[in-house]
Write a protein that binds this ligand. Structure first.
Ligand code: NAP
Length: 306
């Protein structure tokens, strides 16, 4: 494989948009994706706040269209995982599971992964009742009771989505106020299949081979209740996938990549876009904006370095 001029790590909305812009500007462009094209977009069924669609848009269709649009301009997309990033003088060297790649510019769009609760049995029972993806696993719980943990957009949107299948959804949040958008909160509050457990946390997971239930602790009274549920969906935030680029670029204390408004990192020739960047609003709409800016900045960097 010849080294691309522009290498993009991650094929979520930021990476695919960067691919569209970079390839359309005439650069040989490769996107490296370790799992599925679409990234976090694969974890939700529909999106209702992406501009241009009066009705909720099917997320899978949105992914397929972005993928086809990038390929139409000649952007290559390959499966592989970045494992470490080095600089050899000014040469960027990326070690990956498909070999070493030496691009002239790098755009990091590797996104985030779900934060874990950190409870005993959480890892062992993942895939055995515990899930981080309602669209992947929700249909397994048809007519059963499940719980969702979290108070952000993801937890509330996915709790609402799960009521399509489940007989009852227990939404557990550690505070008595949600951080999700008001419109989503109102939808959840008026959904008769959702039971709210506010100011409560999951303190114990029951089951050894399969999830059997949870103990919830009320943070105001200190009392415990047992909740027999077949499924637990965890949406307590996102952590950045930046372990492999530590040392080569500047990260904040939580591991998100620090960029300027042109998506330039502290290292010349390396840009970042989307959820992996230190920023305040993480949406598909802001990821595609980041991706477009990052590709344009990489284009300018390459024009000046020739
Ligand atoms: P988030 O906004 O960071 O919310 C995480 C939630 O989990 C918070 O309510 C937090 O509680 C709770 N939490 C964190 N650690 C916890 C713990 N150890 N135990 C119990 N609860 C814990 O994460 P998100 O909902 O995944 O959203 C991530 C980003 O994507 C956000 O910027 C969001 O707006 C965006 N997003 C947008 C859409 C959309 O626009 N359609 C959809 C999904 C996500 P506190 O509130 O008490 O901190």
């Amino acid at each position: 494989m010849a080294d691309p001029e522009i290498l993009i790590v991650g094929a979520g909305p930021a990476g695919l948009t960067a691919g569209i812009y970079a390839a359309r500007a005439g650069h040989s462009t490769l996107i490296l994706e370790k799992e599925l094209v679409g990234g976090q977009m694969n974890k939700t069924a529909t999106v209702e706040n992406y501009p241009g669609f009066a009705q909720p848009v099917n997320t899978l269709e949105l992914v397929q269209n972005m993928d086809a649009q990038a390929r139409r301009f000649g952007c290559a997309i390959e499966t592989g995982e970045a494992t470490s990033l080095k600089l050899n003088g000014t040469q960027i060297e990326l070690e990956t599971t498909i070999g070493t790649i030496r691009p002239q510019a790098l755009i990091i769009c590797a996104g985030t992964e779900p934060r874990k609760l950190g409870l005993e049995m959480e890892t062992e029972l993942t895939g055995r009742g515990i899930s981080y993806c309602a669209i992947c696993d929700g249909p397994l719980y048809k007519d059963r009771e499940v719980a969702v943990v979290g108070g952000g957009d993801s937890a509330l949107e996915e709790a609402d989505y799960l009521t399509r299948f489940c007989s009852r959804v227990h939404l557990i949040h550690r505070r008595d106020r949600f951080r999700a958008a008001k419109i989503v909160e109102e939808r959840v509050r008026s959904n008769p299949k959702i039971v709210l457990h506010l100011s409560r946390v999951v303190s114990r997971i029951h089951g050894t081979r399969q999830l059997e239930g949870l103990t919830l602790t009320d943070l105001k009274t200190g009392t415990d209740i047992d909740l027999p549920v077949a499924g637990l969906f965890i949406y307590v935030g996102l952590i950045p996938g930046t372990g492999w680029c530590q040392g080569a670029i500047l990260l904040d204390e939580a591991g998100f990549i620090i960029t300027d408004e042109k998506m330039q990192t502290a290292t010349p020739g390396i840009f970042a876009a989307g959820d992996i960047r230190k920023k305040t609003v993480r949406q598909i709409a802001t990821a595609v904006g980041d991706g477009a800016i990052a590709a344009q900045s990489a284009h300018e960097f390459l024009s000046h370095s020739r």
